[in-house]
Design a protein around this ligand. Structure first.
Ligand SMILES: [Zn+2]
Ligand SMILES: [Zn+2]
Length: 831
């Protein structure tokens, strides 16, 4: 009768069943609360890795749990299918990027299905489909109309290896985020999206996201980098012109003893041309134009500069101060000029010491003043003002206000808010991406492709040659077109979009993936948005997660959606670690999910990846851990198989108050429901939820398997047992869905376990405190039993005597009397 746990057969059976029934297909249903659950869609690199297994297992538990809680759950999956690896593969293996991508998608789709993830596959999307990227182009044109997409020449981050531009967000410590090649600066005409229009809202919106990890919000706040200060006007000594410099520390203005300009500052040449400094300045500027900006401005780089020969006036001290050019000032940030306050800024102090410029202390801390000549470390904190004329004695914060007021009144400045956030450069000189829908005409200039001509389809007849210019430039049938405005000859833009454009709104496309008339249906968006729970890696804290917020606000302003923010709750899962390092090919510590599935099945793979650590922490791979999860599922299998013959339908659940046997098991059953429910609800503590389930399984295994003497007692005993077994399956089903479906069916249920409600618990059963009673036989400790604190003397005696272990110890001998010490022990005295 009893059969072993054949995971292969069971998993195939239920995957087929779910697929045929379209069990996880959803539609808008206003009568049900909606729950939109989304994991970051994968890049189709070839095969899924353990990080995917973990990420998607976390999501799937939540999806299945929420359905059982009565939610209408949208859980879609798709492919982030554009990007450079497809082009690299094309080069290496002589395969077209489209074919490579499609093959990978079909293999990975099969793998995800093998994991038993509960997706609504009818909503599957791939960003490389023209039906998808058409809407990238549509959004681009909408932005273009509003001046939010624009082209300008600028210095860009360039990766020589990837042969493409990188956004600031894609440069990590001076290196390409993708291939770790040092990034250099190159001047290029580029398309930008004006994300800075939303700087303030992107910053403020973070306060409305209590469901986001603080760490991610801090990273975004810093990236947006709002600062409030004054833009100060420094009049030139010899002309009517002025130089403007932004500072957040107007309280230190009396200590500004020089001005510094970026080498690219447009006034540098003019300021120096009359004097003998011209030659040195010119050389310095040329040398800086070749230097890497990130290296040039790094904290540890030696400060360098060159005197221009000109002077400006400090508007507070009215002194003439020299104007220098310096390597550590950038044109892109602020005004391209800064005031040098060496006593209160590290870099300015280094610069001043190198070139013997005056240092003046104007802020002192509680320790008092230092000698300016001996100053080796600047005092950068707030304090109170000294050497500052009428402002001396004021604390920093008051001084900032008073000085700003004075500067505004006298026409030397304006209070301003500055942001660190720059516009998003989206031009990529690559093939495998969304074509930018612009046509250049000699007569009309840049002309947007008319909406009715979308999509601008990426041509397939292309030669990928790696280095050099964009492959699209060589496709004449693509490039040469007629101008939509004057019908003259035109040339298409050959840059494609950064693939982060694709992922900035894909969560909306899932809502109406087959809609040809709009990027997203308004009704669908009103019902499903925002995403209730988003799950993905912390590495997207400032890239994808900021762009997605920007696109959401823009699409809201187009009146297509109403949501202000895309993701209400965000979970950033940890990495999968093996032998102390992140799994990677180069370290040789990769575990292939296929092998895991062959050997143990999907339920074990899921259970292990959820049990080994809480989702936000790193998961340390352990073969024993996998084995342990497998053994646990086997125990559950055997336990249910063992009790199957005795199971029959009952008209009602066991009534706790009436029970003479099984009170402890029923209590633990309720306690487990409560624990698992709260563990899932409270930040997805799946590991402790699974431990609780393991305890319940242990307890059921220990539960007295002998039949009660009378029929009524036996009936109650089986009720309790059945309740416990069914509860185990219901609670375990989101984690290990296949085995639970199978055993649920074997227990005689005609419907899928995922059509059942999540079990509920009763506080009054849980509240019953359980106490440990020592069982003695003839004065010797032989056993221990748990009973409810409220148990009567008779109940405790009955519980002890009916205990399986105690009965075997008594070996049928006659009991003379029983001595009970309340809440402590029971002594069975034999004749
Ligand atoms: Zn690179
Ligand atoms: Zn034209």
């Amino acid at each position: 009768m009893a059969r072993g746990y054949d995971f292969k057969e069971i998993e195939e059976k239920w995957q087929r069943c779910w697929e045929e029934k379209k069990q996880f297909k959803v539609a808008e249903d206003p009568s049900q609360p909606k729950y939109y659950l989304l994991e970051m869609y994968p890049y189709p690199s070839g095969k899924i890795h353990m990080g995917h297994v973990r990420n998607y297992s976390i999501g799937d538990v939540v999806a299945r749990y929420k359905r059982m809680r009565g939610c209408n759950v949208l859980h879609p999956m798709g492919w982030d299918a554009f990007g450079l690896p497809a082009e690299n593969a094309a080069l290496e293996n002589n395969i077209h990027p489209a074919i490579w991508t499609q093959e990978n998608i079909s293999y990975m789709r099969k793998q995800l299905k093998r994991m038993g993830f509960s997706y609504d596959w009818d909503r599957e999307i791939a960003s490389c489909d023209s039906g998808y990227y058409k809407w990238n182009q549509w959004f681009f044109l909408k932005m273009y109309e509003q001046g939010l997409a624009y082209k300008k020449g600028s210095f860009v981050n360039w990766c020589d290896s990837c042969q493409t531009v990188l956004a600031n967000e894609q440069v990590e410590g001076g290196f390409c985020w993708r291939c770790e090649t040092p990034v250099r600066q190159k001047e290029l005409e580029q398309w930008f999206l004006r994300i800075t229009k939303y700087s303030e809202e992107l910053l403020q919106g973070l306060d409305s996201l209590p469901g986001w990890p603080e760490r991610v919000k801090v990273m975004q706040r810093n990236w947006i980098g709002k600062s409030e200060g004054v833009e100060i006007r420094f009049p030139l000594a010899d002309s009517g012109e002025s130089i403007y410099a932004f500072t957040t520390r107007a309280d230190t203005l009396f200590g500004a003893t020089f001005l510094l300009l970026a080498p690219e500052h447009p006034m540098v040449q003019r300021l120096s041309e009359a004097g003998p400094e011209a030659k040195f300045v010119k050389e310095f500027v040329e040398r800086m134009s070749r230097a890497d900006k990130i290296v040039r401005t790094a904290l540890e780089t030696e400060k360098e500069g060159c005197f221009t020969g000109s002077y400006a006036m400090n508007p507070l001290t009215k002194e003439k101060i020299p104007i220098w050019v310096a390597n550590y000032v950038l044109l892109e940030y602020g005004t391209g000029a800064i005031m040098g306050v060496p006593a209160h800024d590290q870099r300015d102090l280094e610069f001043a010491r190198k070139y013997a410029l005056p240092v003046r202390i104007v802020i002192v801390g509680p320790e008092g003043t230092l000698n300016e000549r001996d100053l080796t470390e600047p005092y950068v904190d707030e304090g109170s003002l000294v050497n500052s004329g009428p402002f001396a004695g004021l604390p920093s914060d008051q001084a900032r206000d008073s000085i700003a007021e004075y500067l505004e009144r006298e026409g030397y400045g304006k209070r301003r808010v500055a942001f660190r956030l720059r516009d998003w450069g989206i031009s990529r000189q690559r093939y495998w991406g969304t074509p930018i829908p612009i046509i250049y005409c000699d007569r009309c200039g840049a002309v947007p492709v008319p909406y009715e001509d979308l999509p601008v389809v990426l041509p397939s007849d292309v030669r990928i040659e790696g280095k050099g210019e964009s492959p699209l430039r060589k496709v004449e049938s693509f490039v040469n077109v007629t101008c939509p405005r004057c019908s003259g000859p035109g040339r298409r833009e050959t840059d494609t979009m950064d693939t982060f454009v694709d992922s900035s709104w894909y969560f909306l496309r899932f809502l109406s993936p087959h809609d040809d008339g709009a990027p997203v249906g308004k009704g669908a968006a009103r019902y499903w948005m925002p995403v209730d729970q988003y799950i993905g890696g912390i590495e997207h804290a400032v890239l994808h997660l900021l762009y997605a917020r920007f696109f959401t606000k823009f699409i809201r302003d187009l009146k297509i959606i109403e949501a202000d923010e895309p993701f209400t709750n965000l979970l950033t899962q940890g990495m999968v670690i093996k032998d102390g390092a992140k799994m990677s090919k180069s370290k040789g510590n990769v575990v292939d999910p296929d092998e895991l599935l062959d050997r143990y099945g999907a339920d074990t793979a899921r259970l292990f990846s959820l049990f080994a650590s809480p989702p936000e922490k790193d998961l340390d791979w352990s073969d024993q851990g996998v084995d342990g999860s497998f053994r646990f599922l086997n125990r559950v299998w055997k336990l249910i198989e063992k009790h199957l013959p005795a199971m029959r339908p009952f008209d009602r659940e066991p009534r706790f108050e009436d029970l003479t046997v099984g009170k402890d098991l029923l209590r633990l059953t309720h306690q487990t429901i409560k624990r698992v429910t709260f563990d899932i609800e409270d930040e997805f503590h799946f590991n402790t939820a699974i431990s609780a389930l393991m305890e319940l399984v242990n307890e059921v295994s220990r539960f007295d398997s002998t039949a009660s003497a009378d029929e009524a007692g036996e009936d109650e005993r089986l009720r309790v047992l059945k309740k416990a077994l069914e509860t185990i399956l219901l609670l375990l089903s989101p984690f290990a869905p296949h085995i639970c479906e199978e055993l649920w069916e074997r227990l005689g249920h005609p419907n899928s376990i995922f059509e059942e409600s999540w079990p509920s618990f009763e506080e009054k059963v849980i509240a019953e405190e359980s106490i440990l009673i020592v069982v003695q036989i003839d004065g010797r400790v032989r056993h221990r039993i748990h009973t409810a604190a409220s148990s009567t003397e008779g109940e405790i005696k009955a519980a002890a005597l009916s205990n399986e272990r105690v009965q075997s110890l008594l070996r049928g001998e006659k009991v003379k009397r029983i001595v009970l010490v309340p809440n402590k022990l029971i002594n069975i005295v034999l004749q």
